[in-house]
Design a protein around this ligand. Structure first.
Ligand code: F6R
Length: 255
């Protein structure tokens, strides 16, 4: 586990963009795992700028998103399909057949999940998976549970996640209660993982995920067992580790 500290959200996004850009430059046929939410927005903006500057080419890239709300159509402005098109895909040279997001309106959830995992395998697996972190320690929509979930599956969202995500919807009642999400096994199979966290609201979850026990009640804690994780934190997200003088942090922050 590598921890990179950034003073600001912008700096965190810039460093993350360099890592994703290197992946794409070194392997123009990379398979990327993508996240939604607030955290990766700055990263997407920087990657778009690099594309417009002529520094990145997405024409050989394949992507798989972590999750989608169950019941939301691709056209819904609250769907992750819409988010990804709006915030990333429509600004770069990626065709529709290059990106994949679970279909929230599928009539056969089990089949959709099985085919999603198979598509990832057929693409050769994920080279670099980008992750955000929920305040309850979720990654993708893998909520605290009694066991780690395997492949892509249907998840019942926790009240805390519904409340946290209500900011994207007109009202709390309109937040879907279920989602399709890559499972922990799918995420852990990625060759490299880039975990981003910003803001003091994530400080507790980051501390538990990186320093606590590896338990399904804190799904992100499983990342301690992955051989190649880079975690970029801004000051707020690192504040609990910093207060504990944690030796995982680069020295200048703990001395
Ligand atoms: C989104 C996802 C979620 C978010 C997490 C943090 O695709 O998989 O795990 O990364 O809920 O969300 P933000 O970034 O909005 O704080």
């Amino acid at each position: 586990m590598r921890i990179v500290l950034s003073d600001t959200y912008r700096d965190m996004s810039r460093r993350a963009a360099y890592i994703v850009a290197s992946q794409i430059i070194l392997n123009p046929r990379s398979v990327l795992g993508l996240a939604t939410g607030d955290t990766p927005l700055g990263l997407y903006r920087m990657l778009i700028s690099m594309y417009w500057a002529g520094d990145l080419d997405f024409s050989g890239i394949t992507t798989f998103n972590l999750d989608e709300y169950h019941g939301l159509s691709e056209e819904s402005p609250y769907s992750y399909h819409f988010y990804m098109k709006q915030n990333f895909f429509q600004h770069i040279n990626m065709k529709e057949e290059q990106w994949h997001i679970p279909r929230g309106t599928t009539e056969n959830v089990e089949e959709e999940c099985r085919l999603y995992d198979r598509a990832i395998e057929n693409a050769g697996g994920i080279d670099l998976q980008i992750l955000g972190l929920g305040v309850d320690g979720h990654i993708g929509f893998n909520e605290p549970d009694e066991k780690f979930e395997g492949g892509t599956h249907l998840v019942e969202l926790q009240e805390s996640t519904i409340r946290a995500n209500a900011r994207f919807f007109p009202s709390l009642e309109e937040v879907p209660r279920f989602a399709l999400s890559m499972g922990i096994k799918t995420i852990m199979k990625a060759k490299k993982i880039l975990l981003l966290a910003s803001g003091a609201s994530k400080a507790g979850a980051i501390y538990e995920a990186l320093r606590g026990e590896v338990i399904p009640e804190l799904p992100a804690s499983i990342l301690q067992l992955h051989p190649d994780v880079t975690c970029i934190l801004d000051k707020g997200a690192a504040s609990r580790m910093e207060a504990a003088g944690d030796d995982l942090l680069p020295k200048k922050y703990t001395s």
